[in-house]
Design a binder for this molecule. Structure first.
Ligand code: IMP
Ligand code: MG
Length: 194
């Protein structure tokens, strides 16, 4: 289904209709990822830290799958800003909202929607390491290796994808499309001459 939400005037014309990952494929991969991470999580104190806002759906599915493996993490979120409204990162990362749980000595799993340049997750890990956790691991649903600026790899990765701009399952374009239960590519249209 072709959809096109109304964004702000300055946003380039676009539409969303090329489904890259169906909800069923995502669900299968989430189960596999949890099987990969569950042995590392067999410790007393696990804290899942979601990077807002893109990770909310992925984190919710991960923790429900972990529950099925009898893993019961504490959960917190931090809000980082690196992107402006568009599709290019601003290059600097700032903490807009920090975690409030104490992670000293805990096994921390940082969860994000997508690993792109690597700036966000590298910053997040450094920021959390300063709080003296026992370990910090990273988990991303998507990875765009061709876009990397910093030499950063996640410990658990759902899917490696090519360099296209994707939305859905928590990922947004200008705060829209996060609610889609699947992941789709954004197609940018040439502006129509008047
Ligand atoms: P990084 O700091 O460049 O690795 O960017 C990571 C953040 O950029 C992610 O948490 C997303 O919020 C955003 N991002 C990168 N690529 C995409 C995309 O294709 N769609 C939506 N958001 C993206
Ligand atoms: Mg994000």
């Amino acid at each position: 289904m072709k959809i096109s939400r109304k964004l702000k005037e300055s946003a380039p014309p676009h539409h969303v209709d090329a489904v890259l990952l169906t909800a069923a494929r995502i669900a299968d991969r989430v189960d596999c990822l949890v099987t990969e991470m569950v042995e590392d999580c067999r410790v007393d104190d696990v804290v899942m830290v979601g990077i807002l806002r893109g990770s909310f759906m992925f984190l919710a599915d991960l923790v429900r799958a972990l529950y099925a493996h009898d893993v019961h993490p504490r959960i917190d979120f931090m809000t980082l800003s690196s992107y402006g409204g568009g599709t290019e990162s601003s290059g600097t990362v700032q903490v807009q909202k920090d975690i409030t749980v104490d992670i000293e000595g805990a096994h921390v799993v940082v969860v994000d929607d997508i690993l792109d340049t690597g700036r966000t997750l590298q910053f997040a890990c450094g920021h959390l390491e300063a709080k003296h956790p026992g370990a910090v691991r990273t988990c991303v649903l998507l990875d765009k290796p061709s876009r990397r600026v910093l030499p950063f790899e996640a410990d658990y990765t759902g899917f490696a994808i090519d360099n296209s701009f994707v939305v859905g399952y928590g990922l947004d374009y200008d705060s829209c499309y996060r609610e889609l239960p699947y992941i789709a590519e954004v197609t940018f249209e040439d502006p129509v001459e008047p």
